[in-house]
Design a protein around this ligand. Structure first.
Ligand SMILES: [Zn+2]
Length: 118
């Protein structure tokens, strides 16, 4: 079995919340931006999940110390609140991916300097 399959199996068994949305509309995004949006939608990014394969501890948020998850970055981290408010005001992941333009989500991710890490 390939590492990728192992990781996918692990993820489906340990996913912290349901995958949000299934239909992906990524008009106007670059290929890489679409990849990032899809990673955010499934709640699985390099930044938040590479520890599973490397054997390191789960990463924590560098500013507030909470476990670093996609949800934490997109909705929960208090230190990102000001930046978040400049882009969107939803409080649920489902709303974020269903009502906020993917371009806005990407702009937020770039704004907080996480784009290259995901
Ligand atoms: Zn935080």
């Amino acid at each position: 079995m390939q590492l990728r399959q192992v990781q996918e199996q692990y993820n489906s068994a340990n996913r912290p919340y349901q995958t949000v949305g299934t239909v992906v509309h990524n008009k106007g995004l670059s290929r890489h931006e679409s990849v990032i949006i899809n990673r955010l939608r499934i709640g699985h990014t390099r930044l938040t999940h590479s520890y599973l394969l490397s054997g390191d501890d789960q990463p924590t948020c560098s500013t507030c110390g909470h476990p670093l998850t996609v949800r934490h970055i997109l909705l929960d981290c208090v230190d990102l609140q000001d930046a978040r408010r400049r882009h969107f005001s939803v409080t649920r992941l489902r709303d974020l991916f269903e009502t906020v333009d993917n371009r806005v989500v990407i702009d937020f991710i770039k704004d907080i300097g996480f784009y290259s890490l995901l």
